[in-house]
Design a protein around this ligand. Sequence first.
Ligand SMILES: [Zn+2]
Length: 81
Amino acid sequence: MLNCREIANHSSDYLEGRLPRSRRLAIWLHLMICSHCRRYLNNLKTLTASLAKRTPPAEDEAEIDKIMNRIKRETDKGTSE
Ligand SMILES: [Zn+2]
């Protein structure tokens, strides 16, 4: 039987489905009996999802580039005058 520390060590692999079936089953069994690890994994899942959402889409990156270029032009103008 896995202990809580081992669950924590494997948690991100477990959430991303990178573990072999036997290990996934062992973690699943532990989660059935351990509310602490259930809560830990739920928090981790929520955190991962919110971080993934925060990555800016391509349009935003283009917009940021435009703004950076404008700032650079303004700065160049400032130094040459
Ligand atoms: Zn546990």
